[in-house]
Design a protein around this ligand. Structure first.
Ligand code: MRU
Length: 309
C-alpha cells in the first residue's frame, strides 16, 4: 500500500482525511486537483507533498499547460514544507516531468529505508519511543522517516514500545501514526498532547523521534507541538532526534525566517465535529513550530546521523 501512486495517467492518493475509519482513494486528473488535495490535507507530510507536487507538474505537462504557471500555483498550496518547493523546481528543471516525478517517487522509498537503517542504530532493545504527528509511510510514498526508524528497529527484532501523542488540532498522531503502527502489530499507545512531559518525568519515555518540514540554520520546523515535546525532553534528558531526508534541508536560510502556515481557526474550535468553545471565539492556529538546534540530539538522514545545522 502506497500513500500515492501514478495510475492510468492520474495521481491516486489515499484520502488521509478519512483515516483511520475508511481507507479510500482520491484521483487527481489535473494539477489543480493536486493543489486542492494538498490544501485540504488529503495528502500531507513533507515528502508526500513533494512527490504529489511533482506528479502535479507531470499532469500539467501531460495536458500541455504552462509549466511555469502550474509551478507557481502548486508552490502556493502550503507554505512551510520545503519539499514542495524542492520537488516543483526539480521537475521544472528536468527534460521529462513524468520521468522525473517517477524517479522522485522511487527515491523517496529508498531514502526512507536508508533513514530507517541509520536510525535503528540509536534504538535500544526495551526502548519506549515517543513520536509526534505522523512522519510515517502516510507522510511519504512509503515506510516513513521517524516511523521508518521505528519500523526498522522493530523488524530487527528489538523489543520496543511506541507512544503517539494525539497532535491536536488535526490529530495526525492519533488518527494516522497509531493506525500505521497497528497495521504492523508494532506495540503502540496513544496519549493526549499534554501528557508527554509527565511521562518523561516518570522515566517512561527513553527517546523522542520526530520528522521535519524544513531544516535550516538554527533548527528544525515541524508540526505544532514539537517545540513543547523538545523542551520537556531537554529538561528530563531524553534524547530528541529528528529523522528527515536531505531534501528537507535548506542550508542557506535561517530556520527563523520560515513562513509558518496559519490554518483555519475551526480546526481548533471544533473537536470531532463538536464546537468546544463559545461561538465566534478568536483563534490562533499555527500549523508548525520551530525547535532550536540546542534541543536536538541529532538528525537522522539517509547518509547517517548528523548534528543540527
Ligand atoms: O500538516 P502536516 O500533517 O502536513 O504536517 C506533517 C508534519 O509536520 C510531519 O512531521 C513532517 O511533514 C515530516 S513527514 C515525514
Amino acid at each position: 500500500m502506497k500513500t500515492l501512486e501514478w495510475e492510468d495517467n492520474k495521481l491516486k492518493l489515499i484520502d488521509q482525511t478519512k483515516l483511520p475509519d475508511e481507507l479510500t482513494y482520491v484521483y487527481c486528473n489535473d494539477y489543480r486537483e493536486v493543489i486542492v488535495a494538498i490544501k485540504d490535507m488529503i495528502v500531507r507530510g513533507a515528502p508526500a507533498i513533494g512527490v504529489a507536487a511533482a506528479f502535479g507538474m507531470a499532469l500539467a505537462d501531460l495536458h500541455g499547460e504552462d509549466l511555469d504557471k502550474a509551478a507557481d500555483e502548486i508552490k502556493a498550496a502550503r507554505p512551510t514544507a520545503i519539499n514542495l518547493f524542492w520537488a516543483v523546481d526539480r521537475v521544472l528543471n528536468s527534460d521529462d516531468p513524468l520521468k522525473e516525478a517517477l524517479t522522485m517517487y522511487k527515491e523517496d522509498i529508498d531514502t526512507n529505508l536508508a533513514i530507517g537503517r541509520h536510525g535503528a542504530e540509536i534504538i535500544e532493545d526495551g526502548d519506549t519511543i515517543l513520536t509526534h504527528c505522523n512522519a510515517g509511510a502516510l507522510a511519504c510514498v512509503d515506510y516513513g522517516t521517524a516511523l521508518g526508524v521505528i519500523r526498522s528497529a522493530f523488524h530487527q527484532g528489538k523489543n520496543i514500545d511506541v507512544i503517539c501523542d494525539e497532535t491536536r488540532p488535526r490529530g495526525q498522531g492519533a488518527r494516522l501514526s497509531v493506525w500505521e503502527m497497528q497495521q504492523e502489530n508494532i506495540p503502540v499507545k496513544l496519549i493526549s498532547d499534554v501528557a508527554s512531559g509527565f511521562l518523561m518525568s516518570q522515566y517512561k519515555i527513553n527517546k523522542v523521534v520526530i520528522g521535519a518540514d524544513r531544516i535550516a540554520k538554527g533548527g528544525v520546523v515541524n508540526k505544532i507541538g514539537s517545540l513543547m515535546v523538545a523542551l520537556a525532553a531537554n529538561h528530563f534528558h531524553v534524547p530528541f532526534y529528528v529523522a528527515a531526508p536531505l531534501s528537507t534541508f535548506d542550508m542557506n536560510a535561517s530556520v527563523f525566517d520560515t513562513e509558518i502556515e496559519e490554518r483555519d481557526g475551526d480546526e481548533v474550535r471544533y473537536y470531532g465535529g463538536c464546537r468546544i468553545c463559545p461561538k465566534g471565539t478568536e483563534v490562533i492556529n499555527p500549523a508548525f513550530d520551530i525547535v532550536p538546534k540546542e534541543l536536538i540530539t541529532g538528525i537522522i538522514t539517509e547518509n547517517g546521523i548528523i548534528d543540527p545545522i
